[in-house]
Design a protein around this ligand. Structure first.
Ligand code: NAD
Length: 457
């Protein structure tokens, strides 16, 4: 059915406006936003203009929008973690099918209640677990399902976060404090729990976990470091987390770009890394003017002056070793036993040479080894009997969470149009199960014990 779906957006930030809003502009036959709720004036105005939304359908917060009678087919709820539950419940009760960002909620009770309300109202609750739609993971799933590697015995998955990303999101940014957002294992890794669940094909029996914040805090603060790096830090040349290094000179992004296969891009990046002042010349100016993630998060003013102001006034400019309320882990391991005796280990940390996930799936007849990195995908399949090695997939640099973001929207819209209330790919119950795994890992880590899943289901 080629019906255009109408939508309301709650939260016109990075995900709402820049990911799903852009999808709608690129696919106008599929979806059109007709209302928005967003407290930040600049963001709201930009969204209203780009999507040609009438003034009467532009709101400063979600409450008045959801007080109104149902305006559209679906509601996209793209607010911060702590503000998912209430608008999602209200939207389903108002008759909207809902696309909700992960984590679905920040507590066990609220996560369960969301699924109950989806059942009671018969409304779709689709959680943005995009990894299932990234070709990298769907290919591995199809190899597992084909039986090529026999019975899966063990899975080992790592989420390797690079230092600049960890500092940006989990020290300076929105997810630095578990009370204000959620535990990192939920915020960052409910995706990974979802993948493990999907690959194992059975529910989890029990979980244990260890982890802490090992590196940050005053103990590792460079001597004489000011509160804001830009004021002149004695360690500015050696500190990985120096704010101007990340947000003005975008060194970590350039280091990723230096691996580019595109000749001109590689030349520009390598030249600027060697001679930063080149950014004043026209050919190299796009480095100075760079305004995509993570720079886009620090301010709505992306001029050089706007960026400097943000580094003088916001958490994004602060010394990472002086952030008092940074309490999320910087490394965590999780051990999982599934109901079919398959075991899995998951490692999350913020100290990786390259951003991305790595996986190994060992079966009775073969092994799959994969890399899902900022620089591209690589999947290799090994057959135990013949000892043969097959390269299944090798790609260059990927965007949009490795292709997952488009897949989320396409599947959500498909299930809305065909009125499949519980999509087999990422239905609310499967998402709940992966959230339960993250909550169990958090309890296990804090209470230093094995958590039986039946305790919390
Ligand atoms: N699926 C993924 O891969 C993925 C990736 C990144 C982030 N996320 C999740 O997406 C969500 C949004 O993240 P983001 O990076 O876009 O955050 P963001 O802060 O850029 O966007 C959230 C927006 O909500 C707005 N908001 C605040 N109060 C509001 C209210 N009362 N009514 C309406 N809007 C309100 C904010 O002003 C902001 O613009 C988070 O829960 C995050 O964990 C998911």
């Amino acid at each position: 059915m080629s019906k255009q779906i109408t939508a309301i957006l709650i939260g016109a930030g990075d995900r709402g406006a820049d990911t799903y809003g852009e999808y709608a502009l690129e696919n106008p036959e599929s979806i059109k936003f007709i209302a928005v709720a967003e407290p930040q004036k600049t963001r709201r105005k930009k969204f209203v203009e780009r999507h040609k939304i009438s003034e009467k359908n532009s709101f400063e917060s979600w409450e008045p929008l959801l007080e109104k009678e149902k305006l559209a087919d679906v509601a996209l709820i793209m607010t911060q973690d702590q503000m998912h539950y209430e608008p999602a419940i209200k939207a389903m009760k108002q008759g909207y099918d809902v696309l909700l960002e992960k984590p679905m909620a920040t507590t066990l009770k609220e996560s369960k209640s969301l699924v109950d309300v989806s059942g009671e109202t018969g409304k779709i609750l689709h959680i943005c677990h995009g990894l299932r739609y990234a070709p990298f993971f769907s290919i591995i799933k199809s190899i597992i399902d084909s039986g090529t590697i026999g019975e899966v015995v063990n899975i080992s998955l790592r989420e390797n976060v690079s230092p600049f990303h960890y500092a940006h999101s989990y020290i300076r940014g929105n997810w630095h404090n578990r009370e204000k957002s959620s535990p990192m294992i939920l915020a960052k890794s409910c995706h990974d729990m979802d993948i493990l669940l999907w690959f194992a094909g059975k529910k989890v029996q029990r979980i244990s976990s260890f982890g802490s914040q090992k590196f940050f805090g005053n103990k590792n603060m460079p001597e004489g470091a000011p509160e804001f790096c830009i004021k002149g830090c004695p360690a500015e040349k050696t500190c990985l987390y120096n704010a101007p290094r990340i947000y003005l000179y975008i060194t970590p992004l350039l280091q990723i770009g230096a691996k580019s296969s595109k000749g001109l891009e590689k030349f520009i990046v390598k030249s600027v890394l060697k001679f930063p002042k080149l950014t004043n010349l026209p050919l190299f100016r796009k480095v100075k003017n760079y305004s995509e993630w993570p720079i886009s998060t620090i301010s709505t003013d992306m001029s050089w002056e706007g960026k400097i102001k943000a580094l003088n006034e916001t958490n994004y400019g602060k010394c990472v070793f002086k952030m008092d309320d940074h309490d999320v882990v910087d490394h965590q391991v999780v051990n999982i036993e599934f109901e079919n005796q398959t075991t899995a280990t998951f490692t999350l940390h913020g100290f990786s040479n390259e951003e991305g996930r790595t996986i190994r799936v060992d079966g009775t007849k073969g092994t799959i080894i994969g890399e899902f990195l900022a620089s591209g995908d690589n999947i290799i399949l090994y057959d135990h009997l013949t000892n043969k090695k097959i390269s299944v997939r090798k790609t260059g640099r990927l965007i949009g969470h490795g292709g997952g973001d488009e897949g989320i929207m396409e599947t959500f819209l498909k299930s809305v149009k065909s009125e499949i209330k519980h999509d087999v790919m990422t239905n609310a119950r499967a998402s709940l199960e992966s959230h339960l795994m993250a909550f169990a890992a958090d309890i296990a880590r804090l209470e230093k014990r094995v958590v039986e899943m039946e305790e919390i289901r």
